[in-house]
Design a protein. Structure first.
Length: 180
């Protein structure tokens, strides 16, 4: 998808399915409340759980999280880019739909070339949640995405990165691993 068309689609509230490190993901503009609601409805995910936001570079996350200390930023970049998601304190302007019931936001600078290129083309970070109905096995192929979601999402064909498990999730403040 061309950059301009992708930007227009996302800024208009569109939801996409795209390959990530381990499976296909569902994504949208993380600052567009109607798009987030649409994604949650399509997936059947309770809003209270919150969502992950990915970026191709740290600057794409700055409006969604509070400023981090140099030490915290260093800790983040010891794992980034890569399949490591940090729970960082959410900024006041971060939509509650993204955070769910939490005061933090799950963020990652992705190393997946396809997903990173999407963020660059879109000119923004993207919501990134597994492409499945809540609690079910995530889609691994373009065909599975079409079968699961039909025309409710725009499926961007490609291959996943082949990782066998989802990203690790770690709290930036406490250091606690939430998902190994």
């Amino acid at each position: 998808m061309q950059a301009r068309a992708l930007q227009h689609f996302l800024r208009s509230g569109g939801v996409i399915a795209y390959p990530t490190e381990s499976c296909f993901g569902l994504g949208c503009d993380p600052t567009h409340p109607l798009a987030i609601k649409r994604l949650l409805r399509i997936k059947g995910r309770p809003q209270r759980k919150g969502l992950i936001v990915i970026a191709s570079q740290f600057s794409q996350l700055k409006n969604l999280i509070l400023p981090v200390s140099p030490e915290q930023k260093q800790r983040m970049f010891e794992r980034w880019p890569g399949p490591h998601t940090w729970l960082a304190p959410a900024a006041k302007r971060c939509p509650a739909l993204l955070r769910g019931k939490h005061s933090s936001l799950a963020v990652r600078v992705t190393a997946n070339p396809f997903a990173a290129d999407l963020c660059r083309k879109a000119g923004m970070a993207l919501v990134s949640t597994s492409a499945n109905h809540n609690g079910r096995v995530p889609a691994k192929t373009t065909r599975e995405c079409y079968r699961l979601f039909g025309n409710r999402v725009r499926v961007l064909p490609g291959r996943t990165g082949g990782a066998g498990k989802p990203s690790t999730i770690q709290d930036l403040i406490t250091g606690k691993i939430v998902r190994p």
